[in-house]
Ligand binder design. Structure first.
Ligand SMILES: *[C@@H]1O[C@H](CO)[C@@H](O)[C@H](O)[C@H]1NC(C)=O
Ligand SMILES: *[C@@H]1O[C@H](CO)[C@@H](O)[C@H](O)[C@H]1NC(C)=O
Ligand SMILES: *[C@@H]1O[C@H](CO)[C@@H](O)[C@H](O)[C@H]1NC(C)=O
Ligand SMILES: *[C@@H]1O[C@H](CO)[C@@H](O)[C@H](O)[C@H]1NC(C)=O
Ligand SMILES: *[C@@H]1O[C@H](CO)[C@@H](O)[C@H](O)[C@H]1NC(C)=O
Ligand SMILES: *[C@@H]1O[C@H](CO)[C@@H](O)[C@H](O)[C@H]1NC(C)=O
Length: 243
C-alpha cells in the first residue's frame, strides 16, 4: 500500500517533467505500457455526457465538499472528445494535493459507493504502476485524465482540452458514457465520484437553445441527494449552452 502511494506521488512528479523517465526499479522505463497503446477514437457520434458531483462527498474526512462537473462532448469531425472540467472547493492543497481524477470502469451504484467503480478505464493494461507519459498519451490508461492532462494542484480546476482516447459510441470499449468519474486525494483515497449521463444526442450546442438534457439510464448518482445534484448540474449545463 505504501509502495503504491509512493508510485502515485512519483507519477505526479513525472507530470512536471514529462520527458524524464521514472527512476525507481519497479517502474517501466519504456514509454509503452505492458499491453500496448490506446487507439485514437474516430467516428464518434455527436453526444455530450456529464458527470456532475453529488452534494456530499464519499469521503468527508477532508472537511471540504468538492463540487462541479466534467463534461465530454464528441468533436464535430468525430475524432476525439472535448473535455470540459469545472471542479471546485477542493480541500487544502498543502495537505491533500495533488488531486487526481479518472474515468473508472464501472458506474457508481445507487448507494454512492465510489469503491465499487473498480479501477481506471485501462483497455491496454497499462496498469497502476507505470506513471502516465504526458508526451505519449497513447501509452496511458485511457481513463487517466489527470495523468494525460495534469493533476489538480489547487482548490479548483476550470479548463478544457482535447482527449483522443475516449468514445461516444455505445458498446465501444472506449465508451465513457456509461462509466464514472472518480476524484482522489494524493494518497489515492477516493473523495467523490459521479456517473456520466447523456446530456443531449446531437453534439455541439449551436446556441439555438431549447435542448432539454436527457439523462441516460445511469441515474445512480452518488448518495441519496445525488439526483438533485445531477439535475442542478444539468440545468447549469443547459443554461451554459444558451450563452
Ligand atoms: C506505443 O507508442 C510508443 C510511442 O509512440 C512507441 O514507442 C511504442 O512502440 C508503441 N507500442 C506499441 C506496442 O505499439
Ligand atoms: C477534429 O476536431 C478537433 C476539434 O476541433 C481537432 O482538434 C482535431 O484536430 C480534428 N481532427 C481531425 C482528424 O480532423
Ligand atoms: C463553473 O461552474 C460554476 C458553478 O456552477 C459556474 O458559475 C461557472 O460559470 C462554471 N464555469 C465554466 C467555465 O463553465
Ligand atoms: C463499497 O464497494 C466495495 C467494492 O465493491 C465493497 O467492498 C464495500 O463493502 C462497499 N461498501 C459499502 C459501505 O457498501
Ligand atoms: C489516506 O490518508 C487518510 C488519512 O490519513 C487515511 O485514512 C487513508 O486510509 C489513506 N488512504 C490510503 C489509500 O492509504
Ligand atoms: C443539432 O440539432 C439541431 C436541431 O435539430 C440542428 O440545428 C443542429 O445542426 C444539430 N447539431 C449537430 C452538431 O448535429
Amino acid at each position: 500500500m505504501h509502495a503504491k502511494n509512493f508510485l502515485v506521488a512519483v507519477g505526479g512528479i513525472a507530470l512536471v517533467s514529462a520527458q524524464v523517465p521514472p527512476t525507481t526499479g519497479i517502474l517501466s522505463t519504456t514509454l509503452s505500457g505492458p499491453g500496448g497503446n490506446a487507439t485514437i477514437q474516430t467516428s464518434n457520434p455527436p453526444a455530450t455526457y456529464i458527470a456532475a458531483l453529488p452534494p456530499t462527498n464519499f469521503d468527508p474526512a477532508t472537511g471540504s465538499v468538492i463540487t462541479g462537473s466534467v463534461t465530454g462532448t464528441a468533436n464535430a469531425n468525430g475524432t476525439g472528445i472535448l473535455i470540459s472540467v469545472n471542479l471546485t472547493s477542493f480541500p487544502s492543497p498543502a495537505l491533500y494535493s495533488p488531486f487526481v481524477y479518472h474515468i473508472h470502469t464501472l458506474p457508481v451504484p445507487a448507494d454512492g459507493n465510489c469503491t465499487a467503480t473498480l479501477g481506471h478505464l485501462d483497455l491496454t493494461d497499462r496498469g497502476e504502476y507505470h506513471p502516465c507519459e504526458v508526451a505519449a498519451p497513447q501509452t496511458c490508461q485511457a481513463g487517466d485524465l489527470a495523468g494525460k492532462h495534469r493533476n489538480i494542484m489547487g482548490t479548483e480546476l476550470v479548463t478544457s482540452y482535447q482527449e483522443l482516447y475516449l468514445s461516444t459510441t455505445p458498446g465501444s470499449p472506449y465508451f465513457f458514457g456509461d462509466k464514472s468519474l472518480v476524484v482522489h486525494r494524493s494518497n489515492t483515497t477516493r473523495l467523490t465520484c459521479a456517473n456520466f449521463v447523456l446530456v443531449q444526442g446531437n453534439g455541439t450546442a449551436s446556441g439555438t437553445g431549447g435542448a432539454t438534457p436527457t439523462p441516460s439510464a445511469f441515474m445512480g448518482a452518488a448518495g441519496k441527494d445525488g439526483v438533485n445534484a445531477l439535475l442542478v448540474g444539468l440545468v447549469a449545463v443547459a443554461c451554459a449552452m444558451l450563452l
